[in-house]
Design a protein around this ligand. Structure first.
Ligand SMILES: CC(C)(COP(=O)(O)OP(=O)(O)OC[C@H]1O[C@@H](n2cnc3c(N)ncnc32)[C@H](O)[C@@H]1OP(=O)(O)O)[C@@H](O)C(=O)NCCC(=O)NCCS
Length: 183
């Protein structure tokens, strides 16, 4: 569950942002175990894709993909870590999905309801824009995930269109000034 200081040093892990309570950092292979537990939780995965919990193989592939991205382009879904405890909270950050820059987040249930979602999203957005010059960022969610949609709204995003994902309608949010004509 915890990323040891030694592992950090050996991996020369990049810290992308620090907030009052969180770190946004690079991935390392030690993250596979807590990420496997996170995606095995049906409550966490309820609104994602087919809504089913995912396997360790899924988690390994995901972590490897993020490590590839951090080596090649620097940005990805950043690991969110609790600063005080070094606990793996989940991820928050960008991915390129079906030709769109998709901003997303996923946290272990233990950490919900503490304001971490908004705190991490604000920091990740700052890094995406100011360090990597990313624009026309979008977020998408199924219609009945109020926590996720609330984070988008609190960041100043609004609905710019809808799309289909895994056979379900999803609402797509963006910054209106970047999407004057919608999606
Ligand atoms: C959705 C998720 C990211 C929210 O994270 P969080 O850390 O609990 O969110 P925060 O505490 O920062 O809350 C942000 C806002 O959303 C609201 N909120 C959070 N969860 C909510 C819920 N289940 N229902 C209604 N509002 C909710 C909070 O009250 C807060 O709004 P406020 O400041 O106006 O009071 C988290 O529950 C999660 O990881 N869920 C599983 C994965 C997932 O669904 N990812 C998104 C896929 S689109």
């Amino acid at each position: 569950m915890y990323a040891s200081r030694t592992a950090r040093i050996l991996n020369s892990m990049k810290i992308h942002a620090r907030t009052e309570r969180l770190l946004l950092r690079d991935w390392m292979l030690d993250d596979v175990a807590p990420y496997t537990a996170l995606v095995a939780d049906p409550d966490v995965m309820r609104y994602i894709g087919d809504g089913k919990p995912r396997s360790r193989t899924y988690a390994v592939n995901f972590v490897q993909e993020q490590i590839r991205h951090q080596k090649t382009r620097g940005w990805m879904r950043f690991v969110v870590e609790e600063a005080a405890t070094e606990a793996f909270v989940g991820f928050c950050g960008l991915d390129d999905q079906r030709g769109r820059l998709d901003f997303g987040w996923r946290y272990a249930k233990l950490f919900w309801g503490k304001g971490y979602g908004f705190e991490a999203a604000s920091a990740a957005l700052y890094v995406a824009r100011n360090e990597y010059g990313l624009t026309r960022i979008t977020c998408q969610s199924v219609l009945d995930n109020p926590g996720s949609i609330r984070i988008m709204q609190k960041m100043g995003m609004s609905e710019i269109g809808t799309d289909m994902a895994s056979g379900e309608t999803v609402v797509v949010y963006g910054f209106p000034e970047e999407w004057p004509d919608g999606l």
